[in-house]
Structure formats: C-alpha cells, structure tokens
Design a protein around this ligand. Structure first.
Ligand code: ADP
Length: 751
C-alpha cells in the first residue's frame, strides 16, 4: 500500500526541460531552476532535447551542477535543446519516460514550452500512477520505488514568442521577438523613406496579433492586419489605401504595412504579403517591397526582460514544486500585474485554446475581448496614431490649449510619449504647444504650436527633441512661468521627465495659491532611466538603459575569455539601485551594490574572500555591479583597488564605468509601447480636468501593470528626504533571487 504521508514529502530531485518552439529566455529559466534547486538542497536534473530526452533517458537526462548553467543566460534559443517527440505522444513513450524519471528518484518536473508541450505534460502527470503500476508489472521498477513517488509534481513556464497564453501577461521570448522586429522595422523605415517606398512586413503569429500590433505601435507602422480583427472583406483594401494615400498627401515619405502571418479577411480568406503588395501597387501605384521576418524573430540574444523575468519564473517554479501538496493541480508560473504568480495550468491551456477556436469559428469580438483590455486599448490607440491627419472633433468639444515639456535628464522614450500625446490631443480637437528646455524655457516664452506632422518619426528617436532642464523654478521663475501660461492661454501641462521634472511640477502646482494662472491641471509622466519616481513601478527609459547595460556587459565578459578576471561595472541610477539590481539579475553578476543598502568594509572583505574561493575552485570570470550612488567612499575605483590588492594573484581586476551611453539610444519596444500608453492616459486626464475646470494635478504611472494616477500634492510624502528615490520600491522584492542566482551553493563555480 502506498504510504499516504509519502506524497507530502517535498521532492528531492527536480528535472527541467524545454520543449516546442525555442524562445529566447529559455536558458535563463533553466538556470533559474537549477540554481534555485541547489540553493534549496534539491538535486536538479537537465533533460536535453525536450520530451525526446525524457523518453530516451541515458545521457539526455543527467544531474546538473551550477556550472552547467553558467554563461548561458545571454544566449538565444535553448542550450539544452528542444525537439518534437512523437514518442512522447504515445503511452508507451510516456511509460518509458516515467521509468527514466523514477529510476533517478525524480518526481517533479518543470516544463518550459508552448501550450502543446504543457498539455502533453499534464497528460503525463495524470497517467503517472498508472504508468508506475505498469512499470512494476513489467518488473522495470519495484513496488517500493513506485510507492515512494505516488504523484508527479508539475510546473509549467510558457516559452512562446507569440505571447499567446493565458495565465501570463508575457511569455518567455515575446519581448526579445519584439526587439528583433522593431530593429528590423526601424531599419526598413530609413530605406523606405530614402526611396519613398512602401514596405509590407510579415511577422509571426498564426492566431495571435500581439507581435504585429505591438511592433506596429513601437515602430510607427502605418497599417496593421491581425487575426483577432479580420479586415472587412469588402472594404479593407479601400480603407488601407485611403489611410496610406492621405499620409503621402501630408508629405510622409514611407508607408509600412505590418501583417501577422495569420491575418485574414472576414470571409476567412488569408491576407498574404503578396496580396497586400498587389493592392498597393495596383491601387496606389506604390513601389512596394515585401519583408518576411521569419525565424530571425526567434533568435538572438535575449532582451533584459526575458533574462530577468525567466530567472524569476524558474525560481518560482522550484518554490512552487517544493510547496505543492500531493493533490495540488499543476500550476502555470507567469507574470501578471507585474508580479510573478501561479495559476492552474490546465485552466490556462483551455482558455488559450478557446481563443484559437473563437478565431477559427469567426467569433472575432470574443477573441479580441479574451486578449484583454490593454490589447484592445492598444488597437484603438494605434488607429488614432496612424491617421495622416486629425479627425473632425466631436460636436461640443471645447478646444483646449495643452503644453508639453520635459524636466530632468533625457530618457529614451520621451519623444515617443510626445508624439503620442501630440497626435491624440490634436485628434481630439485641441491645440498642442511644445515648450523648449523645460520650465526654464517656459518662463522665457519658448512656446511653439505643433501640428500633426511635426512629430513624424519621433517614435524611434532617443533623447529629448524639446530639450530639457534640471533646474527647479525659484520665485522669480515661477512668476515668469505664470505670465507665460497666461499669455499663451495654456489650459493644462503635460510634464514628461524625471525627478527634477516632478519637483518642478510640484513647485508650480504649489504656487497656484500665489498665481492664479498656475491653477491649471498638470500631469507628470515618469521618464527617467533611473526608475526613481514615485507613483509608478517603472519609468520610461529604464528598460532601454537596462538593455544597453546588459549588451555592454555581454561584450565586457567576452573580452575576458582567456583570463581569470573580475570586472567591477558601475551603472547609473543616482540614488536608486534599479538598474544595478536588474542588470545584475540579467547578466549573472555575483555581487550587486545598491544605494538602498550601502556598502560596508566587512561586506567588501567577504566578497573578495568569496571571489578568491570561487577562482580557486576553477572560476574564470567574476562580475560585480555597483550602482553609482551606492556609497560615497567605497567608489568603483576603491573597490577595484581593494579587490586587486587582495586577490592573492588568483585573478586580476578591471573596472568599467558605463556612463552616458546608458541615457542614449533608440528606445526599446517596451519603452515605446508604455510611453504611448501613458501619454494617451495623460491627455485624457488633462482634457477631463481642464474641461471641467477642476484643476487637479497628478503623477501617472504603471502599478501592477495598470495605469494609475496619484495626486501630485502627495509628492513630498512619497519620496525620501535624504535620497533621490521613492519610499516604496516594488522591484526590491526580487533582491533575494539575485542573491540566490549569484551564490546558489558554496561549491558554486558558475557565473
Ligand atoms: P508547443 O509546446 O510550442 O505548442 P508542440 O505542440 O509541437 O509545441 O509540442 C511539443 C512537443 O510536446 C511535441 O513534440 C510532443 O512531444 C509534446 N506534446 C504536445 N502535445 C502533446 C499531447 N497532446 N500529448 C503528449 N505529448 C504532447
């Protein structure tokens, strides 16, 4: 008889496999699983070649050490391999797989794959007790072994570039795919503009328009076709041509149409790239080229997000398996509302398949609704932004005059936010005034009316076209600002920027008691690479800076292949450790120094001792990341000198201060998409408050993945007095995982 208590024992061995289509970020997930197992005293196993390895066993199913998953996080695809396995689709194959696992004492499995792989895993789990009985009958295992493993515990992570799964807001690989697509579209834009050409770009997504829609917003495409919203069979050609023709009429030099590979019209007729090209050539006489991005979208180095998210998911999967009771349903580990969560695996697989069925059956509105609110919002925002000229204002709209300006350091995504705000406000019937050089410029009257086409191409531009200023207005300047607001009859202000922008906006808002003109709605949109602003868990620009850092760190690491070397890398962030912690998590740093924690001499001594121990055990490379504001005395130079002096010739030390490259560059897709999303909500806020004569002022932000407003009057209560950062920092929750990944076990020699 099986011992009923046996099932309550947490697993002592956990195996991980990757299956189905490969996705960038799978390696980080596997590393996360292995390192967390080692940290928790569980034996990790790597299954190579997906379910094929599970069925074959032997060398394809081997115990893993920390070093086996060292130096893999920056690689695309999956280093442990994935394969389609017909064997696993059969019961015989699954029985053999069960035997291979149970012989090694494994009764817990992490599967990283798409809905097919996860469904297969669930079937395996359901059959497990019977499979073990059969193995006992066959004499392959004894009854005692079967009794010791009465259930198979299962956790699923979604590896799929399409972002097509319920249970997680983002699948592993989707962000990297967006990077690849957006880079390609940026490149096509310049060549298309040079020749005044049209491009038709086909992206992946048979039943999911996520990549097509989001890349179209991110790269400023001019038309998009997705499976969830099939184009009206009678009118789509006309609608598309009208929109593109109007753009040409306004002087646009290129046209770009994006289509998901599963795009159809309402008759269920596929809309192919060739079909679109033919329409553009015949109806518009456009010189049209087709680019099918194909497998390029899958490959390449994972984005920072795919590295840190997958690490967190792998970590949680192990914790989930260790906590799960014997009767607990298998769980899908995903990210929702910006938190790692688990939810019943099969419920999610079924809902995912329901969307596909809805599309197949032509219930498109259902399919769209099932994709969720932000997808629907993105669809509508896209359609406003691509118009060549504003719509006629709705009757009864009171035209407002809205000013837009920056403050603080430049952040990638500022221009993207401006473009969206300008177009959305003009489309709504308002006048938009661009203000040069922040509040300083405003006090000097640097105000200019913007038209629809004045922001063409701004989606991709890093920096801040309007210029910015770090100075906080004093008495004199406030007076000037009030006078200019009056002179230009400004009804509301959108302030896009960092800490100085927020403090300036607060000063202006506060001075409304003194100057009546300042009693107008002001809304602050967080744009700072430091991610140090209150009212938002993430600010625009931070993702771009993070990606810039990890791509530099990848290169720095490569430069040390042959030597035994420790790199001390200093990253920006001022008094906020976001960039340091997340780049450490995304690049496999052994140690991260944060302004939030400071640095002590004792810790430095411990760290150098740990490095010496690591190198004496065969380590070849060490990486330490220091946030620039971590300590005024223990500077990057100091740490470099200390480590070099104390290395006892086991390693040499180099430092690298990454500097202003982190502030520049084209914004990442995430920063472009969120900048657009927040700008839309800011314009709505200003219009609502200015129209009602209710001059509330606020900071907009993303909290739990949703757009939220916080009253500007709370600013002083939400920030620290002694440092430039908010009191609440949700991302600090991931700090313990970074520590586990760096030093999962004392014998760790990985990186
Ligand atoms: P994805 O996981 O990306 O959806 P597939 O659907 O091709 O990819 O599944 C990958 C592998 O998962 C298959 O080759 C097979 O081994 C296994 N698999 C998929 N569906 C099932 C199933 N219904 N039963 C058993 N195994 C399955």
């Amino acid at each position: 008889m099986p011992d009923p208590a046996a099932g309550h024992k947490p697993p002592t061995c956990i195996a991980v496999l990757t299956s189905g289509g490969d996705a960038s970020g799978m390696n980080a997930a596997v590393r996360g699983v292995v390192r967390t197992c080692l940290h928790r005293g569980v034996t990790p196993y790597l299954v190579r070649e997906g379910y094929k390895g599970l069925v074959s066993g032997g060398d394809l199913l081997r115990e893993a050490e920390s070093g086996d998953v060292g130096g893999i996080m920056h690689l695309g695809g999956t280093v442990i391999g994935t394969a389609r396995s017909e064997g696993f689709r059969t019961r015989d194959g699954r029985r053999t797989a069960a035997g291979n696992l149970v012989e090694r004492g494994i009764d817990a499995l992490v599967v990283v794959g798409g809905d097919g792989s996860l469904m297969g895993a669930n079937i395996f789990r359901q059959e497990w007790p019977e499979l073990l009985d059969e193995l006992v009958e066959e004499g392959r295992i004894d009854q005692e072994t079967a009794d010791a493993h009465p259930v198979l515990r299962l956790a699923g992570l979604v590896g799929s570039i399409d972002n097509d799964m319920f249970g997680t807001d983002m699948t592993i690989g989707a962000d990297t795919a967006l990077h690849r697509i957006t880079d390609a579209m940026d490149a096509l834009h310049s060549t298309a503009a040079s020749h005044q050409r049209s491009f038709v770009v086909e992206v992946m997504g048979r039943r999911c328009g996520y990549l097509a829609l989001m890349s179209s917003i991110a790269a400023g495409a001019n038309w998009v076709l997705i499976p969830e919203q099939p184009a009206d069979a009678d009118t789509w050609k006309q609608e598309m041509c009208d929109a593109l023709r109007a753009g040409r009429g306004q002087g646009r030099r290129q046209n770009m149409v994006v289509l998901a590979e599963g795009a159809e019209d309402t008759n269920g007729e596929p809309i192919t790239a060739d079909r679109v090209k033919q329409v553009l050539e015949e109806e518009l006489g456009e010189d049209t080229r087709i680019t099918i991005l194909g497998h390029v979208q899958r490959g390449g180095a994972p984005s920072a997000f795919d590295r840190w998210l997958s690490t967190l998911l792998g970590n949680r999967a192990v914790e989930q398996l260790l906590d799960a009771g014997p009767d607990e349903e298998p769980q899908l580990i995903g990210i929702r509302e910006n938190r790692v969560i688990s939810s019943p695996l099969m419920e999610n697989v079924e809902k995912t398949q329901a969307v596909a069925t809805a599309i197949d059956e032509g219930r498109y509105d259902d399919a769209m609704a099932m994709r969720g609110g932000s997808f629907v919002d993105a669809w509508s925002t896209f359609h406003t932004l691509v118009q060549a000229a504003p719509s006629d204002p709705a009757p009864g709209t009171r035209p407002l005059r809205l000013g837009i300006l920056h403050g603080g350091g430049p952040a990638p995504g500022m221009n993207t936010a401006v473009r969206a705000a300008v177009r959305l406000a003009i489309d709504d019937g308002h006048t938009v005034l661009g203000i040069q050089n922040g509040f300083r410029g405003l006090s000097l009257g640097r105000v200019e009316e913007l038209d629809w086409m004045s922001v063409t191409g701004w989606t991709v531009l890093g920096g801040a076209e309007f210029g910015t200023s770090r100075s906080i207005p004093d008495e004199e300047r406030l007076k000037g600002i009030a006078a200019q607001i009056e002179e230009h009859a400004i009804d509301g202000l959108l302030v896009i920027g960092g800490f100085a922008a927020y403090r300036s906006a607060y000063a202006v808002h506060y001075a409304r008691r003194q100057y009546e003109a300042l009693d107008l709605p002001i809304v602050c949109l967080p744009a700072s690479i430091n991610n140090d602003l209150p009212g938002s868990e993430i600010s625009i620009g931070a993702d771009t800076a993070l990606n810039s850092i990890i791509s530099d760190v990848d290169k720095i690491k490569q430069s040390a292949v042959a030597s035994r070397r420790v790199f001390v890398v200093e990253v920006m962030g001022h008094d906020c450790g976001y960039l340091a912690l997340m780049s450490g998590l995304s690049s496999g740093a052994e140690r991260v120094y944060l302004p939030e924690e400071g640095i002590t001499l004792d810790e430095l001594a411990e760290d150098v001792a740990a490095l010496r121990q690591g190198f004496s055990a065969g380590k070849r490379l060490g990486l330490v990341i220091r946030g620039e504001g971590s300590d005024p005395v223990y500077t990057t130079g100091f740490i470099h000198a200390l480590f070099a002096r104390e290395s006892q010739d086991m390693f040499d030390v180099r430092n690298s201060i990454l500097g202003h490259v982190q502030q520049g560059g084209a914004p990442t897709p995430f920063d472009r998409i969120q900048a657009t999303r927040l700008a839309r909500r800011c314009i709505e806020y200003l219009v609502e408050h200015a129209s009602e004569g209710a001059p509330g002022s606020a900071m907009v932000g993303l909290k739990g993945g949703k757009v939220r407003f916080t009253e500007l009057t709370y600013l002083p209560d939400l920030i620290r007095r002694d440092a430039q950062r908010p009191k609440e920092q949700a991302w600090m929750e991931v700090r313990p995982v970074a520590q586990i990944m760096a030093r999962p076990a004392s014998e760790s020699v990985g990186r």
